[in-house]
Write a protein that binds this ligand. Structure first.
Ligand code: V0V
Ligand code: CO
Length: 143
């Protein structure tokens, strides 16, 4: 079901500072910069495999909260900067949600897909049922 790691989400207080750091250290650059009001973030996707066509690309997703009372804002207050979630690519997020939901073993934060970065369809699974790892299913936008 899980095809590859689409992105690793990293919570940061300043997106600009984090983007500069990753560029200076690793030479990665911003592929996409978006504000996602529904998720409460300003976020940048930095491709690890420039030139390789999506959906095979893997990204670092840098996340800055739009407000304190958002998932990333609360995370920063409780835990500070660090890894926030892992996003796995799936072929079909609706089908993946149905299959996972049928097990009854994990709370679906999203019962149906939501709008994600770069036109992807995404859904989150609760970290409390996944060994403390907030897990995101990502169906990248079809080319
Ligand atoms: C919170 N907890 C986490 C966590 N965030 N554990 C692991 N990883 C995280 N990222 C733990 C927290 O330490 C508490 O554990 C417990 O969950 C409840 O935390 P809370 O602060 O009271 O927060 P809640 O319950 O209000 O919300 C937590 C959840 C929320 C995970 C339900 O953050 C959520 O809905 N996340 C999904 C949406 C999201 O994260 N969007 C931002 C990325 P204890 O203390 O009880 O043990 S947007 C994105 O990635 C996009 C757009 C994209 O990729 O395209
Ligand atoms: Co994400």
């Amino acid at each position: 079901m899980l095809q590859h790691i689409d992105h690793v989400g990293i919570a940061c207080r300043s997106l600009d500072v984090a983007i500069e750091r990753y560029g200076a250290l690793f030479g990665v650059t911003v592929t996409s910069l978006e504000v996602n009001e529904a998720q409460g973030v300003r976020e940048a996707m930095l491709a690890l495999t420039p030139g390789q066509a999506a959906p095979l690309a893997t990204y670092i997703q840098l996340l800055e909260p739009l407000a304190d009372d958002t998932p990333v804002g609360k995370f920063l207050a409780k835990r500070g900067e660090g890894i926030h979630h892992i996003g796995y690519a799936v072929a079909n997020v609706t089908e993946a949600l149905a299959t996972i939901g049928e097990t009854g073993r994990v709370r679906l934060i999203d019962s149906k897909p939501r709008h994600g970065s770069m036109g992807a369809s995404i859904a989150f699974l609760h970290p409390g049922d996944l060994g403390g790892v907030l897990t995101e299913l990502v169906e990248p936008k079809a080319e």
